[in-house]
Design a protein around this ligand. Structure first.
Ligand code: EPU
Length: 419
């Protein structure tokens, strides 16, 4: 198991390219199951979760060709079974995204129940209920969701909570259903819109993606297509914070600033100077210590839960006291205890963390517990006095492409070593 060693104290300065979005490429790869003909997905980041998805498709007999130029071609014509096995689903919850496409296209699916995870219980009841409302016969037994249908039928689905992968699963299922499906209280995340655009490129009839009501008119067949995945807004935000926490400067290319409004607003409040172009963002802290910023997470377009841990790290060394409220997941403060071991002054009560900024953090061995928590520990390591050792970094490899290389390009003193 590898670990990262970070010598803190360097002010970051430089330019890097942002990769394709993890949370868009995963549903899009699942969506290729709907295509009657090869689908080519471009701008695919090299991430462990992508490898797991490729393995999942491979397990079903689907042919997947990976090109070194960041593209993946999927040909479903060789599919042999419709099973997402426990050993893959337990390592990657988003495997649940094959449920809707398999059911809609092949009339059957067996998908392991994901179970809980480090950031909360994360049930999939809304995925199941929506599919049942579309006529699927679903039984949960022996830890698996067993689903069957003749052809799904269009329905009006009112989601009790805003769920990103739930919206994606139901939208994919509805593309091949008989009749019109309306998803109300749909997630508005840019990754939902990217998936909708991919499905539309395959011939799906979808309107309203990006709003809270999505209407899908089912079609008989979808065709293969070529599609470029949108840039990763959370990776973008994480590198902006890496520059901000060190008082440095960064220019991020191949990104989409308009997807980060709430994050950029918070960075301005923290004292960052920001400039944006159509596909780039430049942040300059001009050597200043950040000011504390309050954060309250909520579904898009509000502040993303996937940036909460990174802002917690920023606030540990900021000037002032900040309140962070996590409303999306019930247990997403696992980074707090590790940050405290580096000298952070944080109190947690329920879903609220109160962070009093200190002058400095000190290096310590710390353990990554989930993807974004790992990112926050790396950010803390960049400013801590001494050498921070971040263990269990397989979490970071799930969602950040070559993070130590990108940070090194910005001048960080970071290296990966075998544990
Ligand atoms: N929920 C239910 N029932 C459901 C589905 C969701 O109660 O059937 C609850 C969840 O327990 C949670 C809330 O609804 O409290 C929102 O969860 P959501 O379903 O939106 O999360 P997700 O789809 O499982 C995606 C991202 C996460 C991101 C969240 C929130 C992917 C592959 N994952 O998860 O990304 O945090 O949306 O924006 O898109 C990450 O990248 O680090 C990550 C965890």
């Amino acid at each position: 198991m590898n670990k990262l060693m970070i010598q803190g104290g360097t002010r970051l300065d430089g330019e890097i390219r942002i990769s394709g979005a993890k949370n868009a490429v995963l549903p899009i790869l699942a969506g290729t199951l709907l295509a009657d003909g090869p689908a080519i997905v471009e701008n695919v980041p090299h991430l462990h979760d992508v490898t797991t998805t490729v393995e999942l498709l491979g397990c079903m007999g689907v042919q997947v060709i990976i090109d070194e130029k960041l593209s993946i071609e999927v040909d479903v014509s060789t599919i042999e079974n419709y099973v997402a096995p426990y050993h893959l689903v337990k390592t990657m919850r988003s495997s649940i995204l094959v449920l809707g496409p398999l059911l809609a296209r092949f009339g059957q699916a067996e998908v392991s129940l994901p179970g809980g995870c480090a950031i909360g219980s994360r049930p999939v009841n809304l995925h199941i209920k929506g599919l049942q409302d579309m006529g699927a016969d679903i039984e949960v037994k022996n830890g698996y969701i067993h689903a069957r249908c003749k052809r799904l039928r269009g329905a009006r689905l009112v989601l009790d909570m805003v769920t990103v992968t739930g919206t994606e699963n139901l939208m994919m299922a509805a593309t091949l259903a008989d009749g019109v499906t309306i998803i109300e209280n749909a997630a508005r995340e840019p990754e939902v819109v990217d998936l909708a655009n991919f499905l539309i490129a395959m011939g799906a009839k979808i309107i309203g993606a990006g709003s809270d009501t999505i209407t899908i008119e089912g079609v008989e067949k979808l065709r293969g297509t070529r599609y470029r995945v949108l840039p990763d807004r959370i990776e973008t935000g994480t590198y902006l914070l890496a520059a901000a926490i060190t008082g440095g400067r960064v220019k991020l290319k191949d990104t989409t600033p308009s997807l980060l409004d709430s994050v950029l607003d918070k960075l301005r409040d923290a004292g960052a100077h920001l400039q944006t172009g159509p596909d780039w963002i430049e942040l300059d802290m001009k050597g200043c210590r950040p000011k504390s910023v309050n954060v309250r997470t909520a579904p898009y377009p509000a502040f993303p839960t996937d940036m909460q841990a990174q802002f917690a790290a920023l606030n540990t060394i900021a000037d002032g006291t900040a309140t962070i409220i996590e409303t999306v997941f019930e247990n997403r403060f696992m980074h707090v205890q590790e940050l405290q071991r580096m000298g952070a002054d944080i109190e947690v009560e329920g879903n609220t963390a109160i962070i009093r900024g200190t002058d400095k953090l000190t290096a310590a061995p710390v353990m990554a517990t989930d993807l974004r928590a790992s990112a926050s520990l790396i950010l803390a390591g960049l400013v801590a006095e001494g050498e921070t050792e971040v263990q269990r970094i397989y979490h970071i490899d799930r969602g950040y492409e070559i993070i130590e290389e990108k940070l090194s390009l910005l001048g960080a003193n970071i290296r990966r070593i075998p544990a």
